[in-house]
Design a protein around this ligand. Sequence first.
Ligand code: ATP
Ligand code: MG
Length: 324
Amino acid sequence: MKGDKIIIPVASGKGGVGKSMLVSNLGIALAARGYRTTVVDLDLGGSNLHTCLGLPNRYPGVGDFLKGDGASQRLSQYLLQTPWNNLSFLPGDGRTPFMANIPARQRKQLLDQLGQLPGEIILLDLGAGSALNTLGFFGMVHRGLLVTSFETPAIMNLLSFLKNFSYWIITVVAQHDDAVYQKLTQAFRATMEMNPVTVNTLLREVEQLNPQMARTIKERLQQYTPRIVFNMGDRVEDLQVTEQITRAMQHGLSLSPEYFGFIRYDGAVRRSMVEERALTACAPTSSAALDVDRLAERLSKFWQRSIPESAAMLQRSTETMLQS
Ligand SMILES: Nc1ncnc2c1ncn2[C@@H]1O[C@H](COP(=O)(O)OP(=O)(O)OP(=O)(O)O)[C@@H](O)[C@H]1O
Ligand SMILES: [Mg+2]
C-alpha cells in the first residue's frame, strides 16, 4: 500500500502463463466492485494488454511518456477511460524498438510516477522473467502477484524468478557498502564448476563483512510474501506442486510465498483472445472468469480487513472444486 493506494505488480518466471489475462480481467472484476482501478501495461517490448481488454493499439502510453522530455511529463496524462465504469487503462508500447531495455534512470522516473497515478488500485502487467526492470517494479510492494502454470518449465522459472528477486533485494541493500558490493559481484560471476551461489551463502559472506547489513537484508527479505496464482489447472493432482514449491523455498530461499489463487484451464480464454475481447465481456460465466472473480473477492476482503479464507482452506476448496 502507498497511502490509500494499492499497487499490485503481476509477474511470472515464464512467459505465456496468463499475466495479461489476469490483469485485464482482475481489473474489470475489481472495478465492478466499485474500486477505482487502473491497469498499466508495463510489459515494455511485449505490450498486449490492450488486446486482452478488447481495445485497439493506437493510443500513446508508457512508451511516449519515456520518449518525452522528463520533468514536465506526467504518466497520468496517458490514462484512458475504458468501456467499464471505474476502470482506466495506461497503454504500454508495442512499436518502439528496444523498449524492453530502459535504463535505471527511466525506471526510477516510472516508479515515481506510478505511485502518483489516480485511483485506489493500480495493477501492473509486467514482462515475463527476471529482467532488472521487472524485479524493480515487482519490488515496489511486499505482496506482488506471481502467475504460473503447472508445467515444469513454468514452475522452475517461477523459482528462478524468486531467487533472482532475493538477489536483487540483497544487491539493493548492499550497494551502500563498497566492500560488500564487490564481494557480491564476485559471487555472481561464479562459473558452473564452482559451488552454486545461494541466498544463504551470500548472507554468510555479507555477515562477515558487515553484520548489521546482513540483519537488514534478512529483515527486508522477510517483509516480502509474493502471492502465487496458479493458472490453467485442470486436475486435482496439479495442486501437489504447491508442496514442491514450499519445500524448494524452505531449502534455498529466504522468501516465503503464499498460495493465493487458482484459475482453471478454460477454452473460453483462448476464444476471447482470438476475438480480441475481454473474457469477462464475452464469457462472464466461464469457469476462468468466475475464478478470477473469486480472486478479486479475496483481495477485496484483505482490504476491507475482513478475514478471507486461509491459504490452506483455499487449497482444500480448490481440490473439492476440481474433484466435483
Ligand atoms: N485459464 C486459461 N485457460 C486457457 N487458456 C489460457 C488461460 N489463461 C491464459 N490462457 C492462454 O494463454 C495464453 C497466454 O496468456 P497471456 O497473454 O495472458 O500470458 P502472459 O503471461 O501475459 O504472456 P506474456 O509473458 O507473453 O506477456 C493466451 O493465449 C491465453 O489464451
Ligand atoms: Mg502478457
